[in-house]
Design a protein around this ligand. Structure first.
Ligand code: NAD
Ligand code: UD1
Length: 304
C-alpha cells in the first residue's frame, strides 16, 4: 500500500483521482486551500491538510510522509488566472516549483498536471507533444515554465497535458467554470447560454474518468526517462455544435446568445493521443454523448 500526496485533491479532477486511488487500496493525503475545491469531493478515507502550495516548507513536510506526488493545485481557469496575474504566478508557477523541490528533496516521482494551453493556437489538426509550444495566455506560459522545472527531476518526472476535461463533480457555479458544466447547468435551469464570439472555436473534450485512468497509468510507470503526454481523445467539436449536443441531451430548447469573443481565446485545440497510447497504453474510451449524459444526470441530482 502506497501513500500519495495530491495537491489540489479537493478539486474536480483531484476528487476523482483520490477516490480511484483509495478504491485501489492506496492512502491519500491532500494539500488544498479550498479556493475552488470542496472537501465533499474527497472520499472519507483521504486525509486533508488545509494549506497553500505557495508554502514550500509545508508541501515538503507532507511529501516526506508520501511515496509519490501528483501536483494538480492551480488556478485552473485561463480567465481567472488573467484576472489576477500576480496570484496566478505565485500559485501556478511558484506552487509547481515547490512541488518539484519537494520531489527532489524526498526523491519522489512527480506527476504534473500541465495543460493543452501550452500549445497556444496550433490549428485544427491533432497536436502531438513534439509540436512547438506558443502559449497565448499567462496561464499557458506558467504551465510551460513549470514543465521546465518538472523536467529537471529527470526520469521521475511525468507531465500530463490534459485538453478540456468534463464530467460529474465539475461545479458550474463560478463564471470561471468549464464550459460544459456551465452550459448544462444553464440549460437545465432554462437560462440563456452565452457563446463567446461566433462559437467556431473547437475543443478536444475528455471525460474525467478517462483522464483519471491516464494519471493512474502515469503514476505506476517505471521511471526510465522523463515523459510528457497529451490527455486527449483526438476528436474536437466546435462550441456551437456543443451547444446543440447539450440541448438535445437535456431534451430542452436551448436559449443562446452570442457575446464578445474572449480575449486570448484559443481557436482550435485538438490533441494527438498516439504518444500516450504508445508509452502508457492509454486510450480515451468515453464518447462525448455518454459523458454528457453522465454529467447531466449528476447536475440534475445536484439540483434537487
Ligand atoms: P479545480 O479548480 O477543480 O481544482 C484545483 C484544486 O486546487 C482546487 O481544489 C483548489 O481549491 C486547489 N487550489 C487552488 N489553488 C491552491 C493553492 N494555492 N494551494 C492549494 N490548493 C489550491 O481544477 P481542475 O479542473 O480539477 O484542474 C486540476 C489541474 O488540472 C489544474 O492544475 C488545471 O490547471 C489542470 N487542468 C485542468 C483541465 C480541465 O479541463 N479541467 C485541463 C487541463 C489542465
Ligand atoms: C480549459 C480548462 C483549463 C485547461 C484547458 C486545456 C477550465 C475552466 N479550463 O480551458 O484548465 O488548462 O481547458 O485545454 O476547465 N465558452 C463560451 N461560453 C462560456 C464559457 C466558455 O463560449 O460561458 C468558450 C470559451 O470561450 C472557450 C471554450 O468555451 O472557447 C472553452 O472554455 P473553458 O471551458 O473556459 O476552457 P478553456 O479556456 O479551453
Amino acid at each position: 500500500m502506497a501513500r500519495y500526496l495530491i495537491t489540489g485533491g479537493c478539486g474536480f479532477i483531484g476528487g476523482h483521482l483520490a477516490r480511484a486511488l483509495v478504491q485501489a487500496g492506496n492512502r491519500v493525503t491532500v494539500l488544498d486551500d479550498l479556493s475552488s475545491g470542496r472537501e465533499g469531493n474527497l472520499p472519507p478515507e483521504a486525509d486533508l491538510e488545509r494549506g497553500c502550495v505557495t508554502d514550500g516548507a509545508r508541501l515538503a513536510a507532507i511529501a516526506g510522509q508520501c511515496d509519490g506526488i501528483v501536483h494538480l493545485a492551480a488556478i485552473a481557469s485561463v480567465e481567472a488566472a488573467a484576472a489576477d496575474p500576480r496570484r496566478a504566478e505565485a500559485v501556478n508557477l511558484g506552487g509547481a516549483r515547490n512541488a518539484v523541490e519537494a520531489a527532489r528533496t524526498e526523491k519522489l516521482p512527480l506527476v504534473y498536471a500541465s495543460s493543452a494551453a501550452v500549445y497556444g493556437d496550433a490549428g485544427p489538426r491533432p497536436i502531438a507533444e513534439t509540436h512547438i509550444c506558443a502559449p497565448l495566455s499567462a496561464y499557458g506560459r506558467h504551465k510551460l515554465e513549470s514543465e521546465s522545472a518538472v523536467l529537471t527531476l529527470g526520469p521521475r518526472a511525468t507531465i500530463i497535458r490534459p485538453f478540456n476535461v468534463y464530467g460529474p463533480r465539475q461545479h458550474p457555479a463560478s463564471p470561471y467554470s468549464g464550459v460544459i458544466a456551465r452550459f448544462i447547468s444553464a440549460c437545465l435551469a432554462g437560462e440563456t447560454i452565452t457563446v463567446n464570439g461566433e462559437g467556431l472555436q473547437s475543443r478536444d473534450f475528455i471525460y474525467v474518468g478517462d483522464i483519471v485512468r491516464l494519471f493512474l497509468a502515469a503514476m505506476s510507470r517505471a521511471p526510465e526517462a522523463p515523459l510528457t503526454v497529451n490527455g486527449c481523445t483526438g476528436q474536437a467539436i466546435s462550441i456551437l455544435k456543443l451547444t446543440r449536443a447539450i440541448g438535445e441531451a437535456c431534451g430542452t430548447d436551448l436559449k443562446l446568445r452570442h457575446g464578445p469573443a474572449r480575449p486570448g481565446d484559443i481557436l482550435h485545440s485538438r490533441g494527438n493521443p498516439r504518444h500516450a497510447h504508445e508509452t502508457l497504453g492509454f486510450q480515451a474510451e468515453v464518447r462525448l454523448g455518454d459523458g454528457l449524459a453522465d454529467t447531466i444526470a449528476w447536475l440534475r441530482e445536484e439540483d434537487q
